[in-house]
Write a protein that binds this ligand. Sequence first.
Ligand SMILES: Cc1ncc(COP(=O)(O)O)c(C=O)c1O
Length: 440
Amino acid sequence: MNAPVPTNNLDAFWMPFTSNRQFKKNPRMFVGADRMHYTTSDGRQVLDGTAGLWCVNAGHNRPKIVEAIQKQAAELDYAPAFQMGHPKAFEFASRLVQLTPTGLDHVMFTNSGSESVETALKTALAYHRVKGDGSRFRLIGRERGYHGVNFGGISVGGIVPNRKMFGTLLTGVDHIRHTHDIERNAFTREVPEHGIEFADDLERIIALHDASTIAAVIIEPVAGSTGVLLPPKGYLQKIRKLCDQHGILLIFDEVITGFGRLGTPFAPDYFGVVPDIMVTAKGLTNGVIPMGAVFVKNEIHDAFMTGPEHMIEFFHGYTYSGNPMASAAGLATLETYQEDGLLTRGAELASYWGDALHLLKGLPHVIDIRNIGLIGAIELEPIAGEPTRRAFQAFLDAYDKGLLIRTTGDIIALSPPLIIEKEQIDIIVDTLSDVLKNLS
Ligand SMILES: Cc1ncc(COP(=O)(O)O)c(C=O)c1O
């Protein structure tokens, strides 16, 4: 038998996407959170500049959500997800589809962004097949795309370290170019002017593989995890047009952009481009209980509703799809968003946010600043031969100074809770200014 493990032993937990050895030498622990702030284990307040991991859109410790979870746990803790139902999942689904673009009126629940991505990709493949178009087996992603960590997601994703260790991944996948063009678009606010022609890369892929083999294209409307890469003016419209011309489904991965992050409920409300499938998670439940949701166009849903009625229409789902606790948290989250006007608050703050961030232009190492809705990115010149070191140091220094930021490569990404006040935006910028001035 193993010796008892002390409760403060940090060794057992192999942390995700973390430099484990560095962390465990000098741990950064949160023990509490309320609205815009975390409390650390050493009793400090840290301003949340990242809404946790792009998910706590309504801020922390929101009473409605806390209460809903407590109540739900005592009322109905779990109900089987297959061949049985419970009212809250249906209520949540019905409320959600009132928010989504018209025609995306059906939703499947998952437990995370990664699972939502797998669900969307499988739905796209199966849809073509039930329509008798089974030769459409290819999935097209984009360089520098992030679609979670499961096999489908890393296959269509375009982040090298996330892919290179894991063998052959899914076959039949290809990628279009990313849209980041710092030479022409540096210091852009909202949508960059240059780069609509990046969409032409989809034409190249279609010419190479033939449209009749392509099931779907999946992209993030704004790529978040690879450092906030913005879609150039007209780019998403062009991708949509090409997909329509060639019978290819368009999937938007809105795990980050969904639920108010762009100042609109979803990316179609911002860009005027509606996908066939919309992948969400994170802000769906304010990050409080893990949950994802995949919205599909009615034609997609309806294509499966054939055959004998006692037969399962789609062989897919999870033990926790539409889980009662998650549904209760989601319903209370939607109420909180609606009461506080959070799904559009980003639009009210976007210009203040953009002005404030762009004040950092000219500080040491800053080679680009970009913003859209309540997202921001500050790209730093990497230290020669030591990529990521400079931004990681900025992350550590900011944390010491009471600000939580997120870094990816040498890019600082910001996405505060949508309840942020202007004074708190100023604090983020002042703290970052201090950090950048003292960074080697
Ligand atoms: C666009 C996008 N898709 C998918 C995911 C994966 O979500 P999860 O970590 O909940 O699996 C993320 C997470 O950051 C994301 O940003």
